[in-house]
Every structure is written in C-alpha cells, then in structure tokens.
Design a protein around this ligand. Sequence first.
Ligand SMILES: [Zn+2]
Length: 451
Amino acid sequence: MRRAGDRRRIASRPIGVPRVGARIAALGWAVGAAMIPSCAGDGSPDLRDEAAGRVFLIGIDGVTWDLLDPLLEAERLPNLASLIAEGCRAPLASMVPTKSPALWTTVATGKEFDSHGINDFTQVVRENGPPNARVMHMTSNMRRTKALWNILGDVGLRSAFIGWWVTWPAEQVEGYMVSSHVPLAQTGGKAAPTKGTLVQDLEGQTWPPELFEELRPLIRPDESVTFQEARRFMDLRPEELGKNIVEGFRWAFAADETYRAVTLHLLEKDSDPDLWGIYFNGNDVVGHRYWKYIEPEVYPPFPPEELPRFCNLIDRYYEYTDGLIGEILERRQPGDTFLLISDHGFHAFGHRDGPAGVIIASGRHVEPGAVPRDARLVDVAPTVLALLGIPAAEDMDGRVLDELFTEEWRQRYPRERIETYDSENWREQSPIPSGVDGEILERLRTLGYLE
Ligand SMILES: [Zn+2]
C-alpha cells in the first residue's frame, strides 16, 4: 500500500520518448528527463510535464446552446465568443437524473453515479426507523472514489477548486479547496434542490483551514445584494428587493459573487496551481425561477405586468456569467488551456430529461475548430488529466477527448492508463479536517458512513 507522502512520479519527456506504462501504478512513476523543483513543499521532487501548462475547468450549471447561440450572434457574450473563436464547441451529453451533486461529482471523477456514490442532493437517514427519518445533504466524505483534486495531489501537482459540488467538509489537498456547503436551514430541512455557498459560521469550508479567515470578508450573504445590483437584471422596484420574486435571484447572485471574489483573490495570491476548478450555479437557479418569462405560453398564468419586467433576466444573467469568465481570462497565461462546461441544458420546466449541456475548449493544447465526438460528462476528468500530462485510469468510465487536442499534444500526452488512482485506505490517508460540524459527523459515524 502506498503511504501518505509517497508520491507517484510523472515524467517530463520530449516527443518520441516511450510513454509511461500501465505498470507505473504499481511500480511508482518512471523518472524522466527534466525535474522541476517541488511546489508541494515536502522536499520530494515534483516531476511533471512542464509543457502541460495550467488547466482551467470552469463549470457553469444549466447553460444551454439554445440561449447561448442567439446571445453569441447578438455579440452579447464577447468572452465566450473569443474562447470559441480560438478553440471549439459542442454539446455535452448529460445523464439522468439530472441532479447537480451527482453530475458534478461525475465531472470531477470520470465515473458514473454508482461508482462514486453521490447520486442525489440528500440522503434520508433513518436513525430509529422511518418516523424519525431525517434528510441530510450529501457530503464529501460520502464520495467513494478519488476526485481530480485528490489525484493531482498524488502526482505532485496542485489544484484550486472553488465552489464545486459536494466538497464540504473540505478535503486535504495540495493547493486550495474552497468548498460549497448547502445549509439545511436554507430548505427547512426538506430535500428541496438547493445550491451551496460559503457561510460565516461553519468549520471545514476551506483547505488549508486558515484560508477561511482570508476569505471571510469576501462572503456575500443574499441579504447583501443591493437594489442597484439587482436592477441590472430586471425592472425592479426598491420595495420588492426582499420579496419572493427576487429571492431566487438574490441567493444565486450572492453565491456567484462570493466565488467570483474568491477566485480572483486566489489567482492574485497564488497563480501557480496546475488545475483550477471553478463552479458557478446562478444560471441554473435563474433558469428554474424565471424561465416562465421566456416561454409564458407553456406555464400557468401569472400577472401579465411581470412579463416585460423579468423576461430579460436570464439573458442578462448569461451576460453576467460571460463577465465572470472575462475576469478569469484577464489573468490567463500563454500556457493555459480552458475547458468550460455545463452539466445539462435547460428548457421549459427545467432539465429533468437531461438535455445536453455545453462544452467549450480553448487555449494552449486545443486545436482551433476541432470537432468533439459525442462528448459526455464522464469524459471530462480523463481529458483534464490528459491536458495536464497525467494518465487517466482504467476504472474511469470516460475517454480522453483527444480529438480536441493539437497534433503536438496528441503525440505527447500519456495514452496508456494506470489501473486506478484509488487505494483501499485512501480515506484514512486524507482525513477530513477535524472539528467540522460535530453533530453531523457523529451522526454519519453512528450510521456507518464513516469508518
Ligand atoms: Zn445542474
């Protein structure tokens, strides 16, 4: 068994040098030509493919080409347009049921729901039989397989994941984890689908733990959203700011603003992590709450005066999201590769039948105008690893979308897979931080979710 601190090695090799083989999983990585000093700080040399550059995996929940295309045509999404112009675009097949925690965990692991174990928002916990059943949101420790942030640490690379689903309690990573916590209070303890954010008074939201104090001033609670901010999206009257009709928008926008500020803070503080995983939920939320103003004819009637006031909200939210991407692009480096994805599309009444999402690939290793073939959510993690010069694993359900890559990178990335990145005792090796929500952890423990 591998021990904590015992890193796998990855070789930096010029084109034409034989690739690392499948046996490296058992043997430890073959050592290649160039050695780059460790950034993990534990004294062990970090061997990586220097030519890989950074990868940005940007997740935008619930975005559809049906809305993107007219907005692109009207030149209202300049940043997405520039990514597409220098890269490529395609639909990304989704999976059913379209439950965000399950889909985004599939993105981060390359595995189907059954393999990673996160198949829903919540889990009904029956402590003393059905009458006492309680609903709990699924937490990071319930995931049964390694995610990208675990794998990168294993191979001596660093990651920064921000706002990703089912990352609370924050796991110990090489780099940064800024988790997403769904407060039960938000749903009154019911299983209603909700989206997470950072909250003021909860432990275990970041790795390293002390990062939280730095981020605390950046947290935007929904009540901090101002009339001026909301007015950008809809024709609002000041007295409506606290009303039901704006409520969905307010907490979606507050969460996106929080993670936007966190992303810019971390990029400023330390631009070095090899993989950036950044997730924004607002488009999905406003889709659910405001789609009726796009297709009023298929929804139950509502006061007609609402229509002109809210019918542009979703389009404007797409523009806002394009701005978020623009702020990240302002900080790009020549070696960066971008993968922008949504987990499913959207139409009237939501996304229950799993309409296709979106994939946009662009940057260093992406061939302009490439045509992805039947891209699926399970393909994202193997593709991210390949872009970083790391082998995918045989137990991942997806494939490397190498038809997106430049000819040079297609020759260079490691095609052979290792058997698995999992080990029987990896949870013991990466314990969740102590002191997190004792009550929940204790309950999980007594119920056998924790070893
Ligand atoms: Zn979603």
